[in-house]
Design a protein around this ligand. Structure first.
Ligand SMILES: [Zn+2]
Length: 221
């Protein structure tokens, strides 16, 4: 079941207070409409009924996909770049779920990225390794941060999956780069296998981001 509560939100433009629905958890099997609103971002936008002002509002929310057996907890970073959460509360969920992928993400864009990856039937750990390959081969020299590479799309091309990555350049532009063939995603999956990273994950909350490749290379992924 999805859970929400109403709060009174003060419009930063006209200072009037009005109702805003905040979701604590979203179950997309039971409430598929909510998934649509997550993906287009509308669930996290406040519209002021008095003056028409709109603003994005980020808050902690647990995204739950039962059918594909994963949960993603978006916990926005505070002003010091730290995620504040209650470990006991997180682990209460983990104990009751076996064979689930459990992920912590710091931003709305990362939440949406994880959903795209899992819905494409891909392993987000292999995607992070693939990003590293692409970054060091093509992007590092252009001054692009590894943390500014996002999964965008995937499709089958001949016998291998082609992966599209969205790059945010230092100038604030977006562009898409494609990684395909045997040396793309399959090579990243192979590295996980070679380093004996378990296929079946232990049920615990993890952050799988641009720092993950280092763990995987050491066989600790
Ligand atoms: Zn207003």
């Amino acid at each position: 079941m999805s859970k929400s509560s109403d709060i009174l939100y003060t419009c930063p433009h006209c200072q009037k207070r009005s109702r805003f629905v905040v979701w604590q958890s979203i179950n997309v099997d039971l409430d598929p409409m909510l998934k649509k609103q997550v993906m287009d971002g509308s669930l996290f936008v406040f519209h002021c009924p008095s003056c028409g002002f709109s603003q994005e509002v980020g808050y902690s929310v647990l995204y739950h996909d039962q059918r594909n057996r994963y949960m993603i907890w978006w916990i926005p970073e505070d002003e010091n770049g730290k995620q504040q959460y209650n470990v006991v509360e997180l682990n209460q969920y983990a104990r009751t779920l076996s064979g689930y992928r459990l992920r912590l993400v710091p931003s709305f864009n990362r939440l949406r990225e994880k959903i795209y990856i899992f819905d494409c039937g891909l392993d987000d750990r292999a995607i992070e390794i693939l990003k590293r390959y692409v970054w060091s081969a093509y992007l590092e020299d252009q001054g692009i941060q590894m943390s500014q590479v996002y999964f965008a799309d995937s499709y089958q091309e001949s016998e291998y999956p082609a992966i599209e990555l969205a790059i945010l350049t230092p100038g604030g532009n977006h562009r898409i780069i494609k990684a395909s063939g045997k040396n793309g995603y399959p090579r990243a999956v192979e590295l996980l296998k070679k380093n004996k990273v378990p296929n079946q994950e232990f049920t615990k909350w993890r952050t799988i981001d641009h720092t993950y490749w280092d763990l995987a290379e050491r066989g600790e992924g």
